[in-house]
Design a protein around this ligand. Structure first.
Ligand code: G3H
Ligand code: 13P
Ligand code: ZN
Length: 334
């Protein structure tokens, strides 16, 4: 039997994006695969009073089972409500989102199991095929008041099992036609960000094409833009991983100053996954290296969860600018 996201306590992204456009901030979209990541994300966003989009990728669905992730998300809503009462702060809006949906059937299955937002990623298809698939998903999703993210342009790097060596930047001339013919609620674009922890080699000058973003903004003013591949690859986490027995190649991510700049514009959603993976792994390696006899998962997952929470709060406050914006979205959603 289909479950409505509304009965679970999630919201779609409509009011989040409307406020993000007018307020010059971006809503964080953090990926999760397990309980500790989810707790860190939700508690960090509650403490910073930020709206949040919980992202589930195909890989996450395969790893943890989609049903389990939906229930975990539902549990996180209850935890957030209880903690908000304990802390004497307001509740925050939470969306449950399918990241890189690969087919109409996957999107339908997520909507039926309680997702409030889906991405249909037709970026590897031809332009007309991308439009046809995206439009089909939008028709089904909107009938259930679920919001849809589409994508134009291809990011370099690995996402799920698909990898591209080079970027294909989004062509500004196409965005208006794509948005109006598909009816999507937000659009992921390719302007030089890329998936994974290895974005730029040391010595390279990391730069996202804010000029293309401005061109896109001019053609669809006020429309919600999404940036994937927006991890900044914290160097202290990379160093800690290597210090405590890991072996990661040097790499540079997207500078937080450039993300801050993008968040002030039409960029309404910023996707971050790899930074969480790095911070979590660094802490687990540190604990296990210092206490080789430790075998209680709580003793290394607990500190990892704490470190993640610190990182997510800092992102909300200093990079996305989403801290403090939850109350206005909660009010608009009533
Ligand atoms: O865009 C990709 C996300 O980082 C999800 O990665 O498919 O390994 O879960 P994943
Ligand atoms: P990162 O690999 O840069 O964290 O990007 C994540 C992402 O775009 C998820 O869709
Ligand atoms: Zn992505």
């Amino acid at each position: 039997m289909a479950i409505s996201y509304k009965s679970l306590g999630f919201v779609n992204t409509k009011n989040m994006f409307a406020k993000a456009v007018s307020g010059g901030f971006a809503v964080p979209a953090y990926n999760f695969n397990n309980m500790e990541q989810l707790q860190a994300i939700v508690l960090a966003c509650l403490e910073s009073q930020s709206p949040v989009i919980l992202q589930v990728s195909k890989g996450a669905r395969d790893y943890a089972d989609q049903t389990l992730l939906t229930y975990l998300g539902q549990g996180a809503i209850e935890m957030m409500r209880r903690k908000a009462r304990e802390m004497g702060v307001g509740e925050i809006p939470i969306a449950l989102h399918l990241d890189h949906g690969d087919s109409y059937e996957t999107c339908v299955s997520c909507i039926e199991s309680g997702f409030s937002s889906v991405m249909i990623d037709g970026s590897h298809l031809s332009y007309e095929e991308n439009i046809a698939l995206t439009k089909k998903v939008v028709e089904y999703a909107h009938a259930h008041d679920v919001t849809v993210e589409g994508e134009l342009g291809v990011l370099a790097g690995v996402e799920d099992e698909v990898s591209a060596e080079h970027h294909t930047y989004t062509q500004p001339e196409e965005v208006q036609d794509f948005v109006s013919r598909t009816g999507v609620d937000s659009l992921a674009i390719s302007i030089g960000t890329s998936h994974g922890a290895f974005k730029f080699k040391p010595g390279q000058k990391p730069e996202i094409r804010l000029d293309i973003l401005r061109e896109i903004e001019k053609r669809i003013p006020g429309f919600a833009i999404v940036l994937h591949g927006s991890s900044s690859v914290p160097q202290d986490a990379v160093e800690a991983i290597n210090k405590y027995g890991g072996k990661l190649a040097d790499s540079i991510g997207i500078p937080e100053t450039q993300l801050r700049e993008a968040a002030k514009s039409a960029v309404c959603k910023i996707n971050i996954d790899s930074d969480g993976r790095l911070v979590m792994t660094a802490k687990i390696r540190e604990v296990l290296a210092n206490k080789p006899g430790e075998f209680d998962p709580r003793k290394y997952l607990g500190p990892a969860r704490d470190a993640l929470k610190v990182m997510y709060k800092a992102k909300n406050e200093n990079v996305l600018g989403s801290a403090g914006h939850a109350p206005e979205i909660v009010a608009a959603s009533k």
